[in-house]
Design a protein around this ligand. Structure first.
Ligand SMILES: [Zn+2]
Length: 123
C-alpha cells in the first residue's frame, strides 16, 4: 500500500530515496541549463562585438624609423602623424622616442618637428 500523499508532494514519490534521485537529477539539469545560458550569452556578446566592427587602432603618438642596413638601428624619430612615416617605422611611446634621441645616431625629423613636440627644444 502506498504512503498517503498530500497536495504538496504530488506527483513526487513519497519515499526519501527516490526524492534524493529526483533532487540530484534536477541539480544536474539546472547546471546544464545554466551552462547553456552562459554559452548563448557569451556567443551573443561576441556577435554584438563583431557587429560593432573591430576596435579602433590607436594612433601612435610617436614613430621611430629604422635603417635598412644589417643593423636595422633607429635613425629618425617622428610624430605619429608625420607625412614622412614609411613602412620602416614602429610605434613608440613618448619615453621610447625620448630615449631613442639620446643615441647620437638618432635624429628628430625636421618635417614634423618631433624634437620640439617632445619638449626637447624651444618652440
Ligand atoms: Zn617626421
Amino acid at each position: 500500500m502506498d504512503a498517503p500523499r498530500n497536495a504538496d508532494s504530488f506527483p513526487f514519490p513519497p519515499d526519501l530515496a527516490r526524492l534524493k534521485v529526483i533532487e540530484t537529477w534536477c541539480a544536474v539539469l539546472l547546471d546544464a541549463v545554466r551552462r547553456q545560458i552562459a554559452d548563448l550569452e557569451h556567443r551573443e556578446q561576441i556577435t554584438q562585438a563583431g557587429a560593432a566592427g573591430p576596435p579602433p587602432v590607436p594612433v601612435a603618438e610617436w614613430r621611430i624609423q629604422y635603417g635598412i642596413g644589417a643593423k636595422h638601428s633607429a635613425m629618425l624619430v617622428h610624430t605619429g602623424d608625420c607625412s614622412l612615416i614609411s613602412g620602416r617605422t614602429r610605434a613608440a611611446t613618448r619615453d621610447q622616442a625620448r630615449d631613442a634621441l639620446r643615441h647620437p645616431q638618432v635624429e628628430a625629423c625636421g618635417i614634423c618637428a618631433a624634437e620640439r613636440e617632445l619638449g626637447l627644444t624651444e618652440p
